[in-house]
Design a protein around this ligand. Structure first.
Ligand code: IVH
Length: 676
């Protein structure tokens, strides 16, 4: 193989691996599935020319995905393959032709399967996370993620929190004792929007789409948090059985349904290719009306005997294919290319566009991801470009589409300095992003302060972006501690801030001093230390002093605190500037101990329903109290409810509680329970 070929192939492998990590590990894909497929196909083609030199770790040699080290591994009984994609009638017809050819291979003329005699089942391709559910003698014994297709992660505890997964199924009358089914766990759009709203209010990064939110929720280490996310599942196939009594996939699905597993009601059996394609077309627009995201359809050969005969390649079954609708693309012009600075200092180039309507929303900016991407696409100011938007994915520039002969601007060059603070920026080895390392960079400072003040952190009311901009730009505030030295006089000078609001702001800042160690730890914005970790640390160490003295080993030994978090904490607390800042916060009266030591445990596993009006709490406050002690709040009463808290004018929930003999608490009893 020539040196150039070798280089090209290696580059392709590196690029695909990077996208694998973005997709499977970080849940932050940068490219569409179609683009990924193109890259992979290119690699497959190149490797074919040198087929004796394909290393076992080439992306073409594996099923896809990566197993995280946080959960116990589970070896799948049969590999969980992924699906090959088709995007139009021609590609879909090619798939069908391959099926016909595969089935007729080696068969005499008179026994050949007629092209129009193959039944297909058409299903929605739910955009969530693939899982397996194993039932032994009717009992749900294990659930796992797909992982790399051969080994997944044991997430049984988290899956048990999903209401639509039966913990028992009536298998006693069946002639099988072992059943492993596969399905997709997902979040519907309303639930996704709600979670993001909460994350935004809590200063946490929002999920890019429902799939990421579902994946994130399912792979949490604490099932109690998973339980609060309204995840759901559709089961779409049998993975493994000790005795397979079915002739067709459709029949198997009907059986699973009768056993109480949730099958998507839009699953349709088509008699032939024509019917199948007509059905596919009918979903193109209709899929928007569903309450959950689908990223296309799945078409499966119905007869299990045919499936067996067709078999699979290393990556895909030959008897099934995904049909995807391409993301909508439109043409517009690049008016400018700017660079944005994030909270951690990463610098992202963004194309400012002439506004256009794509997939129902107006787009005037599109991400260019990073320097390598801009170079690869050679996007310049003034260029005509194709942009696309797929579902919830951030709009992106696909390619330049200038008319022939159009004169062009200069190639884009990354700035050498941070666009906000003019510090020289640098690109760490092996990373794609340039970074501004100036911790005092106003863009970063503002983002950090916004997080510090957010509701789930120090909960400082009236400190929004407009006020913060002025405080930072005017030099009044740079560090968190500077907030605590602000005086009403400093604020009256700010634009658009009435005297009363200034007063309120000062009061909120004052009040936040007693927020407690959990909130402070969360507010400091230490990498990898979110709200839950902050609560665990505060509960364990009780004071900032003790935490500062903890070694890496002390930290790592704490339940749920892994090496990455421990490392990040040590790095943060070890920096002199941070130590000084903590010292200053203490001197200014910010409480750095945790008063409530038992946080998170006392009501663990207890399920509450609130009804009627409480005197001393709003619904949200009551709910927050329960959650902070480890309990759960649901909206309807069932046999699983432990307590119904009934305020004045309770509704039908109280009656239902009586009927089900669930304990009913008055407000007084509820308060005593909290204070116990
Ligand atoms: S069948 C070997 N059916 O899509 C066939 N998959 O790219 C395996 N998915 O990992 C999959 N809805 O998580 C199948 N109705 C459906 C599906 C579905 C969503 C996911 C699944 C799989 C991925 C395949």
């Amino acid at each position: 193989m020539s040196l150039d070929d070798k280089k090209e192939i290696e580059n392709l492998r590196r690029e695909i691996r990077r996208h694998d990590v973005l997709y499977y590990v970080e849940d932050q894909p940068e490219i569409t599935d179609r683009e990924y497929d193109r890259l992979l196909q290119k690699l497959i083609d190149r490797e074919k020319e040198h087929s004796d030199e394909i290393p076992a770790d080439s992306p073409t040699q594996r099923v896809g995905g990566k197993v995280s080290e946080r959960f116990t591994g589970v070896a799948h009984k049969a590999a969980m393959l992924s699906l090959d994609n088709t995007y139009n009638l021609d590609e879909f017809r090619d798939f069908h032709n391959r099926v016909v050819k595969g089935l007729n291979k080696g068969k005499p003329e008179e026994n050949q399967v007629a092209e129009n005699d193959i039944e297909y089942v058409v299903e929605l391709k739910i955009d969530g996370l693939g899982v397996t559910l194993t039932y032994e003698n009717g009992l749900f014994v294990q659930g796992a993620t797909r992982g790399d297709g051969r080994t997944g992660e044991d997430i049984t505890a988290n899956l048990r929190t999903i209401r639509s997964i039966p913990l028992n199924i009536p298998m006693e009358k069946e002639d099988f004792n072992f059943l492993e089914v596969r399905g997709e766990v997902y979040l519907d759009r309303t639930a996704f929007l709600k979670i993001n709203e909460e994350r935004k209010a809590g200063g946490q990064p929002e999920f890019a789409n429902p799939r990421n939110a579902a994946a994130g929720s399912l792979r949490l280490l604490d099932p109690a948090i998973t339980a609060r996310r309204p995840l759901d599942i559709f089961v779409y196939s049998v993975g493994f059985m000790d005795h397979m009594p079915f002739k067709t996939h459709y029949e198997a699905m009907q059986k699973l349904k009768s056993l109480g597993l949730r099958i998507n009601p839009r699953t349709v059996l088509c008699r032939n290719f024509e019917e199948t394609f007509a059905l596919i077309e009918s979903w193109r627009e209709k899929k928007q009306t569903l309450s959950y995201d689908v990223d296309g359809l799945v078409v499966k050969v119905n007869a299990l005997g045919y499936q067996e005969k067709l078999g699979s390649t290393a990556r895909h079954p030959r008897w099934a294919v995904a049909y995807k609708y391409e993301a909508e693309q439109v043409v517009t012009e690049v008016e400018d290319i700017i660079c944005q600075v994030g909270r951690t200092g990463s610098i992202t180039p963004v194309a400012v566009l002439r506004s256009v309507l794509v997939s129902g929303s107006t787009v005037s900016r599109a991400t260019l991801h990073n320097e390598d991407e801009i170079k690869r696409k050679d996007v310049r100011v003034g260029d005509t470009v194709v942009i696309e938007k797929a579902g919830e994915v951030i709009p992106k520039v696909v390619r330049v589409a200038n008319e022939a002969g159009k004169s062009r601007g200069q190639p884009f060059k990354m700035p050498q300095k941070c666009p906000e603070c003019e510090t020289k920026i640098f690109r760490p080895e092996g990373e794609v992003a340039w970074r501004c390392v100036n911790a005092a960079c106003p863009a970063q400072v503002k983002e950090r302060l916004l997080h510090f003040a957010s509701r789930r952190a120090m909960d400082i009311d009236h400190l929004g972006p407009a006020v913060l901009d002025q405080l930072v730009d005017g030099g009044n505030v740079q560090h968190f501690s500077d907030l605590y030295t602000l005086k009403a006089e400093d604020l009256v000078e700010l634009e658009r801030l009435a005297e009363k609001s200034a007063r309120n702001l000062i009061d909120s800042i004052e009040k936040s001093k007693s927020a407690g160690l959990t909130r402070v730890l969360h507010a400091l914005g230490i990498r990898h230390v979110g709200q839950r970790a902050a609560a665990i640390l505060a509960q364990k160490f009780h004071s900032m002093n003790e935490l500062q003295e903890a070694s890496f080993e002390d930290l790592e030994q704490v339940d749920e605190i892994g090496p990455i978090m421990a490392e990040s904490l040590r790095a943060f607390l070890g920096q002199e500037a941070n130590q000084q800042e903590i010292q200053r916060l203490a001197e200014l009266g910010v409480v750095l101990i945790e008063e409530c030591k038992e946080i998170g445990n006392r009501l663990r596993g207890k399920q509450f329903v609130l009804t009627g009006t409480l005197k001393d709490f709003s619904r949200d406050q009551a709910k927050e109290k329960i959650l902070s002690l480890g309990g759960r709040v649901t909206s309807s009463v069932s046999s699983k409810t432990d307590y119904v808290v009934a305020g004045a004018d309770p509704g039908s929930k109280r009656d239902k509680a009586e009927k089900l003999e669930v304990e009913i608490l008055t407000e007084g009893q509820f308060k005593r329970l909290l204070a116990e």
